[in-house]
Design a protein around this ligand. Structure first.
Ligand SMILES: [Zn+2]
Length: 474
């Protein structure tokens, strides 16, 4: 009987928590419209898309003429910016502008990159480097990732300088041309700023966007601001055997060992953790979800193991938010059908949660293997630190976003992909990853894929948002 009563009390407690788990009300004034020259913005965007600034792991293979032409186009399209701001070329492809403000106390850095990934022209409905504008849509590689942020930064600065606006604090524009291949330009820019003792009060780079339908039970638009990003690790696991003729195989060979490892990597996972950006994501979005989900997200102290189990069993995005993931991406065995492999290789790509180092992850993989093996680290970088969402700069971004998207939910999150901004944690505690572009899930899926494109209204609103950011800085 007592147990029944206790259970009843618990259920009532959980239900009350869910009922009280309501969205936080914001009273943000809607932004006044800006007199932007929309036709010119679209024309300029098309021009920037036409430069084939495809980066390559082997820098020799990069067509530097395209990169130089892009830099020249910036000069032509944005004369006021070039008259007003200092410009430095840093590293192989970095461009750093400094727009002098009234003060240098709280400088900010607006980041972007102007290189793009290759495009397989045959598979596109419109040519990827035409910058074609049709039915209110601009086509081309780099429209979303991420010439849009570069365009928006330059357009907003040109627009404001034309109005004789002077920013409250120094603003730096940091553009790399080798982000997609983890090139050295952004790092070189950070070293340069460090040598000048510049400590940015805020750094803003690509990352989250404004999107609908990404969270269970929430149908509102969500603006996601990345507080940090996961680390990256490529491991090559090597197994060795005697080789020999395939007509008389041994009872146990290295292929069995390799198979076992691959199976284990799917069934055994590294320990999960709900880091601050992910906890806050559930806290903010959970409040807007349907009652069933609110019951879960309002009572995380009790439901966390349940969520953990659910995310782990489902894999995908949610699982990637709470743990270091490992994916087998390469496999190598014998070169011939009738030869036993003398050595076998498994390539593993891991994405590291903040709590796990590359060493921890390597040790985890190694712990799954019984026999002889060797592990080579091919590429490795640790997860970035996490910036706080409880800061003036985060609240400033939130307010600015809400002034343009009053019905959106603004939330922090953790980026599972990489950006150049990871280098900036070295000189700033406030590094945020967000592009003010409102896109659909379908448009998001076009990044690094065929038919990347962007609606004109998305472009214009992105520029408007950067104008508000620059105006609103104090
Ligand atoms: Zn990008």
């Amino acid at each position: 009987m007592i147990i029944m009563y206790l259970l009843l009390i618990l259920v009532i407690f959980l239900l009350i928590n869910a009922v009280l788990f309501k969205p936080v009300q914001h009273s943000v004034k809607e932004a006044s419209p800006e007199a932007l020259n929309e036709a010119l913005i679209v024309k300029n965007f098309s021009r920037l898309i036409q430069h084939k600034t495809v980066s390559h792991l082997d820098s020799e293979k990069m067509d530097m003429k395209e990169f130089e032409a892009f830099q020249k186009s910036l000069e032509t399209l944005y004369p006021k910016v070039h008259e007003t701001c200092d410009r430095n070329f840093i590293g192989p492809t970095g461009i750093l502008y400094k727009w002098k403000g009234k003060s240098s106390d709280k400088p900010i850095v607006l980041m972007s990159h102007y290189d793009v990934v290759p495009a397989d022209e045959e598979s596109w409905d419109r040519p990827p480097f035409s910058g074609e504008i049709k039915d209110g849509v601009i086509w081309g590689r780099g429209t979303i990732d991420t010439k849009i942020t570069l365009l928006s930064i330059m357009e907003s600065a040109e627009y404001l300088i034309n109005q004789e606006f002077v920013p409250a604090n120094d603003i730096y524009f940091s553009f790399a041309g080798d982000e997609e291949v983890s090139g050295p330009s952004a790092q070189a820019i950070v070293s340069h700023l460090k040598s000048k003792h510049v400590k940015p009060a805020m750094v803003l780079d690509e990352g989250g966007v404004i999107i609908e339908g990404i969270f269970p039970g929430v149908d509102k638009k969500t603006a996601l601001i990345g507080l940090g990003e996961k680390g990256y690790l490529d491991l090559e696991v090597q197994f060795q055997s005697q080789g020999g003729h395939a007509s008389a195989p041994p009872k146990k060979g290295i292929t069995g060992q390799m198979g076992k490892l691959m199976q284990d990597l799917e069934s055994k996972a590294m320990k999960s953790e709900f880091t601050p950006p992910v906890k806050e994501l559930f806290n903010r979005l959970g409040r807007h979800s349907s009652f069933g989900y609110r019951l879960i997200f309002a009572n995380m102290w009790l439901t966390k193991p349940l969520l953990n189990m659910l995310f782990t069993s489902q894999g995908g995005q949610m699982n990637a938010l709470i743990r270091t993931t490992t994916a087998v991406t390469k496999l190598e065995g014998s070169k011939a059908f009738n030869v036993l492999p003398p050595n076998g290789k498994i390539g593993i790509n891991a994405r590291l949660l903040n709590k796990d180092t590359a060493k921890d992850t390597q040790a985890f993989v190694s712990s799954l293997i019984k026999g002889d093996h060797k592990i080579n680290v091919v590429e490795s970088r640790e997860a970035s630190p996490l910036s706080s969402h409880d800061s003036d700069s985060f609240r400033f971004l939130e307010k600015t976003i809400l002034s343009l998207w009053p019905d959106a939910i603004v939330s922090p999150y953790l980026m599972i992909a990489g950006t150049d901004s990871r280098h900036f944690h070295d000189i700033s505690d406030h590094v945020y990853r967000f592009a003010p572009i409102e896109i659909t899930k379908e448009e998001l899926s076009l990044i690094h894929s065929n038919n990347e494109r962007m609606r004109v209204e998305t472009v214009i609103k992105s520029v408007a948002c950067y104008v508000k950011i620059i105006r609103g800085l104090s």
